[in-house]
Design a binder for this molecule. Sequence first.
Ligand SMILES: [Zn+2]
Ligand SMILES: [Zn+2]
Length: 327
Amino acid sequence: MKAMVLSKPRRPLVWTDLPDREPGPGEVRVKVLACGVCRTDLHVFDGDLPDPKSPIIPGHEVVGRIEAIGVGVSGLTMGERVGVPWLGHTCGVCPYCQVQRENLCDAPLFTGYTRDGGFATAVIADARFAFPLGETGSDVSMAPLLCAGLIGWRSLKIAGEGKKLGLYGFGAAGHIVAQVAKWQGREVYAFTRPGDREKQAFAWGLGVTWAGGSDEAPPEPLDAAIIYATVGDLVPVALKVVRKGGRVVCAGIHMSDIPSFPYQILWEERALFSVANLTRQDGIDFLSEVPKMGIQVKTTTYPLQSANEALADLRAGRFDGAAVLVP
Ligand SMILES: [Zn+2]
Ligand SMILES: [Zn+2]
């Protein structure tokens, strides 16, 4: 197999020949057809996250087909199209796993961070975390759903049932979640960097109710806001635009420090949440609804060998939507 390998933080990924691995018990080997590039890959690249596997093959929005099956695997077949998400393994016995909160597992493995991921021609996955994808939708358009879509889905659940929903950051996750939220019958208010008319036009084009800069107030108070940008300054900003009892959800794995803010903007039962990872049930729930949603995922594709360029373009915000690597 071949892979783009990160040997040290902030060093370019290197195109590397590796021996093919056979799947162990409970594992499958997936031939990679497409792998999305997520902001978390930038955090892995930058060394922002503690205790990574090193060297590591990044990538946790993997779409591929099963090409080898280990002993003890049931329910998956050779050639089946599957998706491998960020949460790549859970222990099954810790207090969180036992109460259906495996997203908070005490001994998890994360694809492309603490186990090798999909910036490669093949990936070994825990079979329990390889979601059957069916055959609807192209490999490239499905890839961003495996993280941007899934974490988006979980953040929407945590945002509650409110109708007026703000989204801070309108990249890969924001543009997918906007469409899911619209499909659910909600109104979407898209906030971009101040003055980013291009992103705002992109949001208007997806049928949002309102788009503007994060320095602007929406036309009316919102029921909830989800923050996808990694900017802690947005927390008090979002608290100010949600109504009494409203929710603010931080959906990123990493965020700059949150500045101090007056208690007044949290009071009246406004609530602040974070979202961590996903559960398999989130994956099953979301992926079973996807074919009905008609989501248009905006993608920019790169050859696998151009992973460094894709990461640099993501960092610089040089494209709308999501970057996807194709081997
Ligand atoms: Zn556990
Ligand atoms: Zn991700």
